[in-house]
Design a protein around this ligand. Sequence first.
Ligand code: IPE
Ligand code: IPE
Ligand code: MG
Length: 236
Amino acid sequence: MALYFTKQSTLHAGIIMDGNGRWALARGLSRAAGHRAGVETVGRVVEAAPEVGIGILTLFAFSSDNWRRPPAEVDALMRLMGIYLEKELGRCVNQGVRLQVIGRRDRLTPALCAAISRAEAATERGSKLWLRIAVDYSARDAILAAARGVAELSLDALGSALGPPVDLLIRTGGERRLSDFLLWECAYAELVFSRTMWPDFGAQDLAAAVREFRGRERRFGAVPEKPMRLREAWLD
Ligand code: IPE
Ligand code: IPE
Ligand code: MG
């Protein structure tokens, strides 16, 4: 794990993969077909991530609130998750991807839990990209669980119990909300909202989001080192 934190140049990007349903609807397809197309995008983005300097990638695949969807859609999503894990395992190993699933496991089927454990064990040596897939995930639940688990409550203890801070948060599909994703970890994340529906998102869109991120000045509450150009212009 230390590797990811000593490489200052690699980013932690979080992606809210949204828009599968609308993408499908616009084409007269079923929502499940949209989710299948969304899985293809995951493959493309995982491959492209290290090339644009992403060392940690956290993908929001299924929120704890997504259980409220029709059972057939939930079923399709869960089945796709299992298929992805089986199908992409070899590719993950070859690409140096370490796969981890975050979120609750107790509401997943035993078969899916077994597939997750197999994938995590088989990829644990991957060091090129740490891929975290959020399934049955709620940031508020995660914060609550972390607070219950630490011996003594402090910012550091809670931060370590949760996970690495997010540098860049991307949401596709045009909505501009966090929908209970990595709320603590996104305290100082740069937010990039894309109108592109997830199945249409590609390596170039990912590169554009990272470029946008690199062009921003992160100040973490401090005063900028050099006065900002905008402010100079305003003072003239
Ligand atoms: C994202 O796409 C996938 C999940 C939330 C599981 P959606 O299914 O939310 O697609 P839209 O927002 O309805 O278009
Ligand atoms: C967020 O998308 C969850 C995932 C992408 C997995 P939703 O489509 O469920 O979010 P809302 O309902 O628009 O906020
Ligand atoms: Mg949505």
